[in-house]
Design a binder for this molecule. Structure first.
Ligand SMILES: Nc1ncnc2c1ncn2[C@@H]1O[C@H](COP(=O)(O)OP(=O)(O)O)[C@@H](O)[C@H]1O
Ligand SMILES: [Mg+2]
Length: 357
């Protein structure tokens, strides 16, 4: 059974701002769904409508099968963790976690049990008597999560909980959240603009742009079969390369060893990920390198193909240098084809074939 269901949900703010358009989203019980997209696409608004902090202009929200549109936030059985996790500075870690339960008049023995359990799972036992100012950023974020966990809520909502942390901590707390989900088995709806968080945490990713859901599915499905150029370009780093095709007759993208043909197939552009290339001195066609980014485990090389910029990932052992001509090849199966509206042209419907150099 789906736990959190949004059906044709709209959010209009005063002044005709449409923040969310006709959103259909089903989150299954125990599922970890990540809502991802660029700033301003409607992620926070969606989360706040689920939490009850923002009214729903049109459409239906149900949680565990019950209509929630008009149910006050405290009766929705939801716990929320925000990006700015204001802790009470004068309270200890224990008191910060216990506070919400005290307000709800939970018996003291029960409060102690729940706080102890949350603190153990988050590695906070050594800090229970400390005040927030004596904690690192990551520890504070864990306290904020602990505050949500002790609620034993049915649904957890996260709004960019890692964006205030530095890169290393972000990774640690990310792992913490993944473990937490495995252990608690709660339903989680997690908002981020970071595609790495989305790819690594989600059972399913819902990717939004301009208030509209673009695609919803398991991370690798979105990565391998993006429905449009927006999804294709958003997931993956560096971003997918896009080469626009002139509507003239068959065109040969000689420099990457590919031939793209038959304009009536409706293909307006093709995409190929930086990792879709390999160095092939026999079949590849040379790309003149104008920028090299060595990352250690892999190296990105930049250059022009038919006047259009390309980034390719190559093994560091090839030691590419600016000015080199690197022979790049790619398989037709690594290609994504898009029509003039930016929608993916179904696999097999194109006449993209490998060139015979
Ligand atoms: N209270 C508000 N009044 C009017 N417009 C708002 C309000 N809150 C958000 N918006 C607008 O709604 C859109 C979506 O915002 P938001 O959900 O915060 O995006 P995200 O979290 O994806 O960055 C944006 O265009 C934003 O400016
Ligand atoms: Mg936001």
């Amino acid at each position: 059974m789906s736990d959190v269901v949004l059906e044709r949900v709209w959010k209009r703010y005063d002044g005709n701002v449409v923040a969310v358009s006709e959103l259909d989203l089903r989150v299954n019980a125990g599922e970890f769904v990540v809502l991802v997209g660029p700033s301003g696409c409607g992620k926070t608004t969606t989360l706040r409508m689920v939490a009850g902090l923002e009214s729903i202009s049109e459409g239906t929200l149900t949680i565990a099968g019950k209509r929630m549109n008009d149910v006050p936030p405290r009766d929705r059985d939801i716990a929320m963790v925000f990006q700015s996790y204001a802790l009470y500075p004068h309270m200890t870690v224990f008191e910060n976690m216990a506070f919400g339960l005290r307000l709800r008049k939970v018996p003291e023995a029960e409060i102690t049990t729940r706080v102890r359990a949350a603190s153990a799972s988050l590695g906070l036992d050594p800090y229970l008597d400390r005040k927030p100012k004596a904690l690192s950023g990551g520890q504070r974020q864990r306290v904020a999560m602990g505050r949500a966990i002790v609620r034993n809520a049915r649904v957890f909502l996260f709004d960019e909980p890692l964006s205030n942390l530095d890169a290393k901590l972000r990774h640690e707390v990310r792992l913490e959240i993944a473990r937490l989900h495995k252990k608690a088995g709660a339903t989680m709806l997690y908002v981020t603009h970071d595609q790495v968080e989305a790819m690594t945490l989600a059972d399913r990713i819902a990717i939004m742009e301009g208030g509209r859901l673009q695609q919803y599915g398991p991370p690798m499905e979105l990565y391998e079969r993006p429905v449009n150029r927006f999804v294709a370009g958003f997931l993956g780093s560096p971003s997918m390369n896009f080469l626009s095709l002139t509507p003239s007759a068959a065109e040969v993208l000689g420099p990457i060893g590919l031939r793209l043909g038959v304009p009536e197939s409706g293909v307006a552009s093709v995409g190929i990920r930086p990792h879709g290339f390999w160095v092939d001195s026999e079949r590849g066609r040379p790309m003149q390198v104008d920028l090299v980014e060595p990352l250690g485990a892999e190296t990105f090389i930049h250059g022009l193909v038919g006047g259009q910029p390309i980034v390719a990932s190559v093994p560091p052992a090839t030691r590419p240098a600016v000015g080199d001509r690197v022979p790049l090849a790619a398989l037709p199966s690594a290609l994504h084809a898009f029509d003039s509206a930016g929608n993916a042209v179904p696999h097999g419907a194109t006449s993209v074939t490998a060139a015979h150099p």
